[in-house]
Ligand binder design. Sequence first.
Ligand SMILES: [Zn+2]
Length: 191
Amino acid sequence: MKKSVIIGILTTLMLLITGVAAVNSVSASTNSINTKEFLTGDKLQSTKVKVYIDPNVSSGIKQDIQWGVKDWQQSTNKIAFSYTNNPNNATIRFTTGTFDNLINAMTYDNQTIPNGKNKLIVNAIIKINRDLIDTDKLTNFGIRIVEHEIGHVLGLADIKDSGLKYSTVMWWKDPNTGITALDDRAINSIY
Ligand SMILES: [Zn+2]
């Protein structure tokens, strides 16, 4: 199992949820942005994504996961999400744990197939830091962390261009926004 992706450091206050739009609006100026820098080169082997949530995941984080999955489902018609009770046939397995430093979550490619210079992701594990995310209730913070990590599994890269920090769910540090039209465009370019 290879460590592949790190989401950045907790720097924002947790926000209470007041409703989450499936696709967050971005300014018209982002229409000209080339989404190539959004791509890792890797992508899912199958566009049918089965989600498994470990039974020990707390109720708050479980809701974050369910909202994050729903938001992705509503944002793209290229990927079909469903749930499975069997971790062995899951595309994404969600679990929780702790990290030594202020990492919100990590995504691990669990099984991959070579695809030229890159790889097709067969399945992945997303581990969420239960020390940094409210374990009792749904939060925007938690949802955005989930959405960011799912983005990695779909083939999206961390965005470190600070000019885009409010325009993509893939900004690598504080989760400023949910899934945007830019993210959706990046997905559409690879599936
Ligand atoms: Zn990341």
